[in-house]
Design a binder for this molecule. Structure first.
Ligand SMILES: [Zn+2]
Length: 159
C-alpha cells in the first residue's frame, strides 16, 4: 500500500520512512519547507520519499467531486493536490483534515489519521549505523563516526 502524506504529517514530527512507500506533492514539499528544518526533508527525499505532481485530469475530477460534497470551500490547493495524487496512484492518504477524509470516503480512497494511537506506536523509529552499530535518534545518512551507511529500524521505546 502506498501512502500520500499531508503537510500536517511532517509538522507533527512523524517519520515517512516508517510508513514504507510514500509520496508527497510539490505543494506539500513547499509547505513543509516553510515550517520545518530543510535538512530533514532532504534526508527523506534522498531516502526515497517521492515528490509527484498529480495530473490536471485528476485535479479536475477531485474539484468536481468536492463541489458536489460541499467540501470545496474548506480544501486548500494542497489538500486538492494530495487527494488527486492518491486517486491517480491508487494510494491511501494520511491526514487529520476532516474535509480531506470526507472526500476520500466519497472517492473510495483509503485514509488514516496521523493522531491514531496505533499509528503513533508504529512510528517510533531509530537509526543504526551498519558499520559500528551506533544508534541515532535523528535521521542521518552516513555515520559521523565511521562513515558507514545508516539504516532505520523500529524501536520499542515510545516518543
Ligand atoms: Zn558507524
Amino acid at each position: 500500500m502506498r501512502w500520500v502524506l499531508d503537510t500536517g504529517f511532517f509538522l507533527a514530527g512523524m517519520d515517512p520512512m516508517a510508513i514504507g512507500e510514500c509520496m508527497i506533492t510539490p505543494e506539500v514539499k513547499d509547505e513543509v519547507a516553510k515550517g520545518f528544518p530543510g535538512r530533514k526533508m532532504d534526508y527523506y527525499l534522498d531516502s526515497g520519499l517521492m515528490v509527484v505532481a498529480p495530473s490536471r485530469d485528476s485535479i479536475e475530477k477531485v474539484r468536481r467531486k468536492a463541489k458536489e460534497t460541499g467540501d470545496i470551500g474548506r480544501l486548500s490547493d494542497t489538500d486538492i493536490s494530495i487527494i488527486s495524487l492518491a486517486l491517480e496512484m491508487s494510494a491511501g492518504i494520511v491526514s487529520d483534515d476532516y474535509s480531506v477524509q470526507n472526500l476520500c470516503s466519497v472517492l473510495d480512497i483509503p485514509y488514516r489519521s496521523i493522531s491514531e494511537d496505533g499509528i503513533r506506536e508504529v512510528w517510533v523509529w531509530k537509526y543504526r549505523c551498519t558499520g559500528c552499530k551506533r544508534v541515532f535518534d535523528e535521521p542521518v545518512q552516513e555515520c559521523p563516526v565511521c562513515g558507514s551507511p545508516v539504516r532505520s529500524f523500529r524501536s520499542r521505546s515510545k516518543r
